[in-house]
Design a protein around this ligand. Structure first.
Ligand SMILES: NC(=O)c1ccc[n+]([C@@H]2O[C@H](COP(=O)([O-])OP(=O)(O)OC[C@H]3O[C@@H](n4cnc5c(N)ncnc54)[C@H](OP(=O)(O)O)[C@@H]3O)[C@@H](O)[C@H]2O)c1
Length: 254
């Protein structure tokens, strides 16, 4: 039975995480510290955070100066993945679905370029923003956007396939029509790797959380949430997230 003082949040749509904010704060140095916030924040959203961390550092693994593209860039995973790529010295280009998101990515998250994919095509945007080609793609979206980004990639590029949000609501009775990118993967010898973040459960998991907490504490990463209050608002918050209303992680507090 939960006590009134316990903090409870839904993580993903399946699990409950129960935390004791006083305990967390006491162990890491005071309720107002940025580090306290960082650790509490990361512990309740760790699956998404580690998806960004391990997907970027282990699968994309950008070298300094390489060009990285992120789709779903203003979401929880995408915004973090882009900031991690910046820490690794890459040039980062994001695609998101509103001007407000694009502004936030450049002004707060430090992306080099960001585009509203509803206003400009991916191909047109990358022609000017990545004239030397794309080296890494952190893919939250799938579908046509993936085919377009891959067509702009350099030889030996790396794709971390994290999500397929363009297809989650697809009508499964009809084939999903996507331009063929298979030939580009072959000709450019691209390494495209899907992942489930559970792959890194075990000793590495907490390393990811602590590294992210340190970066947040140092001000190198700016986390953001869009918060909806009340358990009864879970369905509307979920639909709003799929419509793209959230910036950063969509969270429902109960
Ligand atoms: N592989 C793993 O282990 C793992 C773990 C966690 C999450 N994921 C996946 O990672 C992805 C990102 O998760 P998240 O929590 O950060 O979600 P999110 O970005 O907060 O929410 C989804 C966002 O995707 C964008 N979007 C929706 N439909 C789109 C479409 N048709 N084309 C392009 N963009 C679209 C919307 O923003 P816009 O306004 O930009 O359109 C929306 O806000 C999801 O696909 C999720 O399933 C994978």
């Amino acid at each position: 039975m939960l006590k009134k003082s316990e903090a409870v949040r839904v993580v993903g749509s399946r699990r409950w995480t129960v935390g004791d904010p006083k305990g967390e704060q006491a162990s890491i140095g005071g309720p107002q510290s940025r580090q306290a916030y960082a650790l509490i924040h990361l512990r309740v959203t760790q699956g998404m955070r580690n998806s960004a961390y391990f997907g970027m550092t282990e699968l994309c693994s950008p070298k300094p100066g390489e060009t990285v593209v992120i789709s779903g860039a203003a979401g929880a995973v995408g915004s973090l993945a882009g900031q991690i790529a910046k820490i690794q010295g890459a040039r980062v280009i994001g695609f998101a679905g509103s001007d407000a998101k694009v502004d936030w990515l450049v002004s707060d998250c430090g992306f080099d370029k960001a585009f509203n994919y509803k206003k400009i095509s991916v191909l047109e945007a990358l022609k000017t923003a990545a004239p030397k080609g794309v080296d890494c793609y952190f893919d939250n979206v799938g579908g046509e956007m993936t085919a377009d980004v891959i067509s702009c990639m350099n030889s030996y590029g790396r794709v971390a396939a994290c999500g397929s949000i363009a297809n989650y609501n697809a009508d499964r009775s009809k084939p999903v029509l996507v331009p063929d990118y298979h030939l580009n993967v072959i000709i450019k010898q691209i390494k495209m790797e899907g992942f489930l973040v559970q792959r890194w459960l075990g000793p590495k998991w907490i390393q990811g959380i602590h590294q992210l907490a340190e970066w947040i504490n140092q001000g190198k990463i700016v986390p953001r949430e869009t918060v909806t209050n009340g358990f009864l608002n879970v369905p509307s918050a979920f639909i709003a997230m799929l419509k793209g209303d959230n910036i950063g992680k969509a969270v429902v507090t109960v």
